[in-house]
Design a protein around this ligand. Structure first.
Ligand SMILES: [Zn+2]
Length: 472
């Protein structure tokens, strides 16, 4: 859409600020933009502000210069002259999603992850994700470069907190490095930090001395580190000063009775103990107390575990996949459905219960999707599904939205600008048809995604990759 210039005096200063704040979008990015005006007023809209506060009906949100200028009752809020006014009666705005276990890769063949940065960044934005952390990278430079291309307006997509390649010990992944001790861990962190990585992730075979060195090196640089653990227990990592742990409690090996130090007993062994864990029992409660005391944040990634669980629906969005990848996933889904012996029959409901118990005890939960596993976790669609699954776990829709927006922004240190809807914040907003504060599934009805006050068209973003996610 062509950028409209307004001569109205009231709008001129806003125009100047707005032009300064906006990146110079490429023509390709412009093709996905449907609202691009210096002043926009969203009227008669239900505001769900991300703080957990009740939804407020009949609001007007004025966006100026890429930021939210005012939010107030439509009856009492002045719409500036020259504003592009959009009547959103019957619709809601929520903050742009801030999700933290995202990837720009996807399982495409046995043991191989295809690099899908181009399609996935579009799908994330289309699904309402305006800020994301990539939770581990197996490609090297792509996450970092795409972040810069998006920031400079050359690609459509969310703001990216870009992770470095995984920090891991000896492993069987052909796309993953093996570190050779604590000094090597420091070297790997330093290299990628210098290249522009802003977050780090340790993986299943790392040793305690390597993790300690990595944590120290990351913290020295004022950044945060998370982990998908196995060789190191949650309790050990908390004592070492880790900031965040992935996959709720499903990667914990703390309860494996014969666990050897620095050795991964197998993710399956750990998960057998988690499936049998009592959320009201003392062993679990003691771990929760430790995590809270050490200020370790947990990331919920229920979407990836749902794909391993018999009896669950086909996840949303698989139609965007390359037909062969879609077929591959649907065969997996059928196989999973027929395996009633799977540990996930007990483990998946347990995952929900443990995360809910952690949050109830005062722990901080953030959310992500993890488009890995055996496929079927489709960016954008999965971010919406993650909110639905947290409601299934017992969170209210308002709490789930808050975890998927405000909590993520706070963890990333970006909450002064994003994660909630209030005057002065960046205008990262998702317009959805319906009322997700009552019916969380309405988060699927995304009509427009505003990023820094520019409204992107989700349908066009999705159409641009339909049937091809898997190629690029
Ligand atoms: Zn992951």
């Amino acid at each position: 859409m062509i950028r409209r210039l307004y001569a109205t005096l009231a709008v001129v200063p806003a125009l100047a600020i707005w032009l300064a704040a906006q990146p110079q979008f490429s023509d390709a990015v412009r093709g996905y933009i449907k609202i691009d005006s210096p002043v926009v007023a969203l009227t008669n809209v239900r505001v769900i502000d991300g703080t957990g506060a009740p939804a407020r009906p009949n609001q007007t949100v004025v966006i100026k210069g890429g930021n939210i200028e005012t939010v107030g009752d439509t009856a009492r809020t002045n719409v500036p002259a020259g504003a592009t006014t959009i009547d959103l009666a019957g619709k809601s705005v929520i903050p742009g999603l801030v999700m933290v276990h995202e990837h720009l890769y996807y399982p495409t063949g046995p043991g191989v992850y295809g690099q899908l940065g181009e399609s996935f960044t579009r799908l994330y934005l289309a699904g309402g994700v305006t800020t994301m952390r990539t939770g581990g990278n197996v490609n090297g430079f792509m996450d970092l470069k795409l972040k810069r291309l998006i920031d400079s307006g050359q690609r459509p997509g969310p703001a990216i907190d870009a992770t470095a390649p995984y920090l891991n010990g000896p492993n069987t992944f052909v796309q993953m490095r093996e570190m050779k001790g604590p000094e090597d861990a420091r070297r790997q962190v330093a290299y990628w930090a210098d290249e522009g990585a802003t977050s780090f992730k340790a993986y299943m075979q790392i040793r305690r001395d390597e993790l300690a060195a990595a944590i120290d090196e990351v913290h020295k640089r004022g950044m945060k580190i998370t982990a998908h653990l196995c060789s190191v227990t949650y309790g050990e990592a908390a004592d070492l000063g880790i900031d965040n742990l992935e996959h709720g409690f499903l990667a914990a090996t703390d309860f494996v009775t014969d666990k050897q130090p620095d050795a991964c007993p197998g993710q399956g062994r750990g998960q057998q103990t988690i499936a049998a864990l009592d959320e009201n029992g003392e062993p679990f409660k003691a771990l929760v107390r430790k995590l809270i005391e050490k200020r370790v944040t947990l990331t919920s990634t229920l979407t990836v575990f749902e794909t391993f669980t018999p009896g669950r629906p086909v996840p949303p969005g698989v139609d965007v996949l390359l037909p062969s990848l879609k077929e591959q996933f649907l065969q997996t889904h059928t196989r999973v459905a027929g395996n009633q012996q799977s540990v996930y029959v007990k483990l998946f409901p347990k995952a929900l219960a443990l995360e809910r118990a952690f949050a109830k005890a005062g722990g901080t939960l953030i959310a992500g999707t993890d488009p890995t596993g055996s496929g079927g976790v489709i960016p954008g669609y999965a971010n919406q599904r993650q909110l639905e699954l947290m409601v299934e776990a017992g969170f209210s829709p308002l709490e789930a939205i808050s975890i998927g927006t405000m909590n993520g922004a706070k963890f990333l240190g970006r909450d002064a600008k994003v994660g909630t809807i209030a005057a002065g914040k960046q205008a990262d907003l998702v317009v959805v048809n319906g009322d997700p504060s009552v019916n969380i599934a309405d988060v699927r009805n995304v009509e427009t995604v505003f990023k820094q006050g520019v409204g992107f068209d989700p349908a066009k973003l999705i159409e641009s990759v339909r049937g091809r996610a898997g190629l690029w």
